[in-house]
Design a protein around this ligand. Structure first.
Ligand code: NAP
Length: 254
């Protein structure tokens, strides 16, 4: 298939972890993909890992906290591929501290990236997505429904993101645009400075989220799973999750 006949996906935070896994799955499913990161060098390295076919992959520098940078990144996607069919708002950070120890900087970075950043991305791409009657997927978290100690900033950002995504789903479905929020539990990635290793085998892997995204995109146009929780099927007894140890149910396995 010619690159111009393929559908195009824009993935924020595609340099590693879940975003990179989604990019891999979408490329394999025949999409052109554009990935972003805060540094162009990281985005370029990840793009080379994905494919050496420059007609199908675009590496971009954009901090989602910067609305202008997101608008410019999406314009570059349109300039290269001609359209935008799928927008994956994935970029996110995880900082965990009790409220009496949380700095204003960490609070602001968490909210600006995980919540306001998604607003910037969606606002920058929404008209193109309406034109293509496309799909918007946000990567929230089970932390958007389970709260836990030390999670004030992260929980606030992800609870907010789940609400944001459900509201825009209602705003946009009248245009033929689908919107889904995916809420993963523990996924192997670099989240919270984790270094992926052999003890991560029980977790969801980034390619599992990639497969889920491809399945959503294949779904009959009449059906819309608007909110999806996904968790490890067989968590170990001893918690090695990247999340803090306790949540409100005393259940460490989210
Ligand atoms: N891992 C889990 O267990 C888990 C569970 C539930 C939800 N999530 C969510 O999944 C999403 C992806 O996280 P991950 O687990 O894949 O973590 P990760 O391996 O640390 O990847 C995070 C990605 O986000 C990018 N990023 C961070 N801040 C950014 C910003 N301001 N602007 C643009 N890109 C930015 C990073 O790119 P650069 O560093 O190159 O800038 C990187 O590509 C996050 O929203 C996270 O909250 C993760």
């Amino acid at each position: 298939m010619q690159a111009e006949n393929r559908k195009t996906a824009y993935i924020t935070g595609g340099t590693k972890g879940i975003g990179l896994g989604i990019a891999q799955s979408l490329l394999a499913a025949g999409y052109n993909v554009a990935i972003t990161g805060r540094k162009l060098s990281s985005a370029r390295e990840a793009a080379l890992l994905l494919s050496t076919d420059e007609t199908r992959v675009l590496a971009l520098e954009s901090d989602v906290g910067n609305a202008k940078a997101e608008r410019e990144a999406i314009q570059k996607v349109i300039n290269k591929f001609g359209k935008l069919d799928v927008l994956i708002a994935n970029a996110g950070v995880g900082y965990f501290a009790a409220i009496d120890e949380m700095s204003e900087d960490l609070w602001n970075e968490t909210i600006n990236t995980n919540l306001t950043g998604v607003f910037h991305t969606v606002r920058a791409g929404v008209e193109e997505i309406k034109r293509s009657r496309g799909y918007i997927i946000t990567i929230a978290s089970l932390a958007g429904t389970n709260f836990f100690e030390n999670g004030a900033a992260y929980n606030a950002s992800k609870y907010g993101l789940v609400g944001f995504t459900q509201a825009i789903m209602l705003d946009l479905r009248k245009y033929g645009v689908k919107v889904t929020t995916i809420m993963p539990g523990s996924v192997t990635s670099h989240f919270n400075n984790h270094i992926p290793n052999s003890t991560d085998a029980w977790k969801i892997q980034p390619e599992d989220i990639g497969e889920l995204v491809v399945d959503l995109l294949k779904m009959n146009p009449r059906a819309l799973p608007s909110k999806i929780e996904i968790r490890p099927a067989m968590p170990p007894e001893k918690n090695t999750s990247p999340f803090p140890k306790t949540n409100q149910q005393g259940n460490t396995k989210i």
